[in-house]
Design a protein around this ligand. Structure first.
Ligand SMILES: C[S@@+](CC[C@H](N)C(=O)[O-])C[C@H]1O[C@@H](n2cnc3c(N)ncnc32)[C@H](O)[C@@H]1O
Length: 239
């Protein structure tokens, strides 16, 4: 699935709190999220988009190469309006970047859809974010909510050496990993909108209010064209 329907709202109601937002997307696929997201990011003074996928498709690269005011790292000179497309396994990449100086404001998790990977990603992501950062996990309400999918088992990924080998697990699914993370961490809360796929994770010791509002009929999968989805946010008064 993708986060389409939420991208503009996340950019306008959340990322505008940052002068030069930094976004990490795990799982780029055909760029259904990356392309509109990078368009919105290109409206900021500066930005960093870091996409990590075990298979970076040339289709995405080719389309991004046509974006104005955006530097495609490794093809263009860096400009502070930078797009990185990295062919890597999210778990390896996160393990190798645990000491990043500059933290991501938004992390989108939509790579391998199984309990073990998402559990590990949620744990590793903690070192690359700051307290105000949001984590958005796709497929919380999707078909892999309680059932594991390993991309390495898919025919089109059989030869992909970066794909994580599948493992049997008693507990399965994306939602199981997310619920377990939230239960284990008192300072993290979860927000969903009706039966839409993504789950929004935020620090409840930092955000006083975090809720979506829309006039669209929630429950019908019609948000993709919704123009009135708002994210109500308020930071806690902190000294
Ligand atoms: C559901 S698609 C992502 C869709 C995308 N986020 C969007 O909104 O259009 C999942 C992607 O995750 C990638 N993937 C699978 N396992 C991964 C892993 N361990 N690390 C990084 N990417 C992975 C797959 O190659 C695939 O492109």
């Amino acid at each position: 699935m993708s986060y389409v329907g939420f991208i503009k709202t996340l950019c306008q109601d959340y990322l505008t709190g940052y002068k030069e937002p930094k976004v990490l997307e795990i799982g780029i696929h055909k760029g259904q999220t990356a392309l509109p997201l990078i368009h919105n990011l290109s409206l900021f003074e500066g930005f960093t988009y870091m996409g990590v996928d075990i298979h970076v498709r040339s289709l995405v690269l080719e389309q991004l190469a046509q974006f104005g005011y955006v530097s495609l790292v490794n093809y263009d000179e860096r400009s502070g309006r930078d797009v990185f497309l990295l062919e890597a396994n999210s778990l390896h990449w996160l393990e190798e970047h645990q000491n990043l100086d500059s933290k991501f404001d938004l992390v989108l998790i939509d790579g391998d859809h199984n309990y073990k990977t998402v559990s590990k990603e949620l744990e590793l992501v903690q070192s690359v974010i700051h307290p105000r950062s949001l984590i958005v996990c796709d497929d919380y309400n999707g078909q892999w909510a309680e059932k594991d999918l390993y991309y390495s088992d898919r025919d089109d990924y059989k030869e992909n050496k970066r794909a994580t080998p599948s493992e049997e697990s008693e507990i399965q699914g994306v939602r199981s990993a997310i619920d377990e993370f939230v239960e284990a961490h008192d300072n993290w809360s979860i927000c969903t909108l009706g039966s839409f796929d993504p789950a929004f994770l935020y620090r409840n010791d930092v955000w006083d209010r975090f809720e979506f509002g829309t006039d669209s009929p929630v429950g019908e999968k019609r948000l993709n064209l919704a123009r009135n989805l708002r994210l109500g946010l308020k930071l806690k008064n902190m000294r």
